[in-house]
Design a protein around this ligand. Structure first.
Ligand SMILES: Cc1cc2nc3c(=O)[nH]c(=O)nc-3n(C[C@H](O)[C@H](O)[C@H](O)COP(=O)(O)O)c2cc1C
Length: 176
């Protein structure tokens, strides 16, 4: 199965990007990954649906079996770079999010662990008609203590991400 991946932090040392890097290794027996480059999207303006970058992203998503978001929480919500990409792609006629299985993995140094961001993203997914995996929720708190040299050092987090990947794989299979 192939997943379209959106990483909603532009930082080179992003904890969320590092979790994605580790996830690719942990879930390589189940998934291939195609990252949607959202950092170069222009801010939404009328006509964005005709831009190559937006059309290409929509085509990438259409070819994938599911969408996986790795996102921090910014001011109790999702980062603007992700919201903007969702807004732009949502204006493409028959956009590829409709009925697509999706899952969220969010990491934060805080114990609330991106919960508020995740519920905002789920709310947006209602209008996009994304089909989100409900359980398990991937809320990674205290993330700075769980990474060293870009590797997850916390064994229980590795085991959890493997279980999450299994659940998402089965969810996609059941929804086909
Ligand atoms: C603009 C901004 C707003 C933030 N708001 C929150 C927040 O609401 N909740 C939270 O847990 N962390 C918040 N943080 C801290 C981030 O969780 C932390 O910077 C995290 O490392 C960002 O993810 P990244 O490492 O993947 O870039 C905020 C950080 C920034 C830059």
């Amino acid at each position: 199965m192939k997943l379209a991946v959106m990483v909603a932090s532009l930082r080179k040392d992003s904890a969320n990007r590092q979790i994605f890097e580790n996830y690719q290794e942990l879930a390589k027996d189940k998934f291939e990954f195609e990252e949607i480059e959202i950092s170069n999207f222009p801010f939404y303006d009328s006509g964005v649906e005709n831009l190559d970058i937006v059309i290409k992203a929509n085509e990438q998503i259409a070819k994938c079996d599911g969408v996986l978001f790795f996102s921090p929480e910014y001011n109790y919500s999702l980062p603007a770079v992700l919201k903007n990409a969702l807004d732009c792609i949502s204006r493409v006629e028959n956009h590829a999010f409709a009925k697509k299985p999706a899952a969220i993995i969010g990491a934060s140094p805080s114990p609330i662990a991106t919960a508020r961001m995740q519920y905002h993203l789920r709310q947006i997914g209602v209008y996009l008609d994304l089909r989100f995996l409900n359980k398990p929720e991937a809320l990674i708190g205290g993330v700075y203590e769980k990474l060293q040299d870009r590797k997850i050092t916390d064994e229980s987090l590795k085991a959890f991400l493997t279980r999450h990947a299994d659940a998402f794989y089965n969810f996609i299979k059941e929804s086909k």
